[in-house]
Write a protein that binds this ligand. Structure first.
Ligand SMILES: Cc1ncc(COP(=O)(O)O)c(C=O)c1O
Length: 489
């Protein structure tokens, strides 16, 4: 056990509380007790890591968590400092206490285990909700500064709507972003700022499909799409997903559109193979169909190089590209974008005129400034690092302690993992029990439209990990293990 002379505490590796949480707790305690004066400097991450015998990323995670909670401030090049207490701005959600009866202790079948008289305790945090970013990590201070600067210097910029396509400044920033990150070359005239990816999908359906048309969809896939399609009188053709991604349409009516998630299949998680992408592009050229690439969470790849977008591969010839800011920033921001092939710009302009734009105009200029100033990328790098650690933690715990129930395939991407059940349990039943205890787990089978023989594999649990600290995930896993034990009896 190593003790740091600086904080005068030791890491307890036998404790159920993760190391980074122990560091956070020690700093919070010293801040609250007045042992550390506001403005005092924290030890440099490298020095502190060596002192405690932990990795530097553990220290960075702890510091960044405390920045998010408003205890610390960070300035590039000058390290981390303790904030004055009045500077704590954001509403805090308390991480669950390191209660030996919850979390790992429960996981090991401790006092709350299935053999015990006390029932599993409900949690309030909706742990495992998929696709939700951790809003405790949102850069509130920098965002507030950006908005305040525009309010002072150029308020008009927040109300200009560029004829329904959105702020020109933001569309230019989006072009720069997708050129750098997704290998897509587009002009701002081809970009529509939307109210998230969902709005972009609806705009495409309004502009490109007419009642009676067939639309190809991945199965399993994103559920709201299926509702939009039926509400518009369109006919879905469900595409099976194999190891290379969605298979090509083969129904009696050639689909007018195929809506795909090639970089990260939703909800299974794999990437479409280059060969399958080429087959889709050839299919679209041959049948004059359009491919809609829903790249809803492409920024979250944790290893290797980003997988280039299909739209870049296709040079926006038959592919429309959809991106979203919901996963990087917040579902509450409701901003995303749609990038069109040149020949479609005029017809989409007409359609937008008819249905009206839905994207909120006020945050568009601030978001453009946020991207251009680099703050956006600073935030993205930070959350990606933290989410990568949470994901690793979740996968390790699942493989260590849940092997009797199922397995995960590690796709090194996204905001959720699928735990495929290999036992006799039904995913829906597990999810109902989980919801009763406050866990937000979705059943994989609920994303499937047309169960096929041999698809017995679509029995699993969709577990979101981004919005929860390791301590919260551990608490959720403790409950999940109890539920699995109870349901299997
Ligand atoms: C595959 C897929 N597409 C689109 C969306 C919607 O994104 P937005 O919040 O930007 O509307 C989601 C949300 O989780 C999704 O999973």
């Amino acid at each position: 056990m190593k003790q740091t002379p600086w904080l005068g505490f030791s890491i307890d590796r036998a404790a159920s509380t993760p190391v980074f949480e122990q560091i956070c707790a020690a700093i919070r305690l010293r801040a609250a007790s007045g042992d550390m004066a506001p403005g005092s400097k924290l030890p440099p991450t490298r020095v502190f890591a060596t002192e405690l015998g932990v990795s530097r990323s553990t220290i960075v995670t702890a510091y960044e968590q405390l920045v998010a909670e408003g205890y610390l401030s960070s300035q590039q090049g000058s390290g981390y400092r303790l904030c004055a207490s009045g500077e704590v701005e954001m509403a805090q959600r308390q991480a669950p206490a390191a209660d030996p009866k919850s979390g790992a202790a429960a996981r090991r079948g401790g006092a709350q285990g299935p053999g015990s008289a006390s029932p599993p305790q409900m949690v309030e945090a909706h742990i495992f909700r998929a696709g939700t970013p951790d809003m405790r990590l949102f850069p509130y201070r920098q965002w507030a500064k950006t908005v305040a600067r525009i309010c002072r210097s150029d308020p008009q910029a927040m109300f200009v709507g560029s004829r329904g396509f959105g702020s020109l400044a933001l569309r230019q920033s989006i072009c720069d972003h997708v050129a750098e990150w997704r290998g897509i070359s587009a002009r701002p005239e081809q970009v529509i700022v939307t109210a998230g990816a969902t709005d972009a999908l609806e705009i495409c359906l309004h502009a490109l499909a007419q009642s009676g048309d067939s639309v190809a969809l991945e199965d399993p896939g994103y559920r709201p799409l299926q509702y939009f399609i039926t509400a518009q009188g369109l006919t879905p053709e469900y595409l099976r997903v194999d190891d290379s991604g969605a298979v090509l349409p083969s129904g009696p009516v050639a689909p007018r559109l195929a809506i795909l998630t090639p970089s990260h299949q939703f909800p299974l998680g794999g990437a479409m193979s280059p060969a399958r992408r080429m087959e889709f592009i050839r299919w679209a050229i041959k049948t004059e169909a359009w491919i809609i690439e829903d790249d809803y969470d492409s920024e979250f790849r944790y290893a290797g190089r980003p997988i280039p977008a299909m739209a870049g591969f296709d040079h926006l010839h038959r592919t429309l590209y959809i991106g979203s800011f919901s996963k990087i920033f917040s579902n509450a921001l409701r901003l995303g974008y749609l990038i069109l092939p040149e020949p479609l710009v005029a017809s989409f302009a007409n359609s937008i005129k008819r249905f009206g734009p839905k994207a909120s105009s006020m945050p568009q200029q601030p978001l453009a400034d946020f991207i251009d100033s680099g703050e956006f990328y600073r935030h993205l790098r930070r959350v990606r690092r933290i989410y990568a650690e949470r994901r690793r933690f979740l996968l390790d715990q699942l493989s260590q302690d849940f092997g009797a129930y199922g397995y995960c395939v590690d796709h090194q991407a996204g905001m959720q993992v699928v735990f495929h059940l290999t036992c006799a349990l039904q995913d829906r039943e597990v999810c109902i029990r989980a919801a009763e205890l406050g866990l937000s787990i979705e059943a994989l089978s609920g994303f499937v439209q047309t169960p096929r023989p041999g698809d017995g594999g679509y029995n699993g649990l969709v577990l979101g990990f981004c919005g929860y600290s390791e301590a919260e995930l551990q608490q959720g896993l403790g409950l999940l293990q109890q539920i699995l034990q109870l349901v299997s009896r």
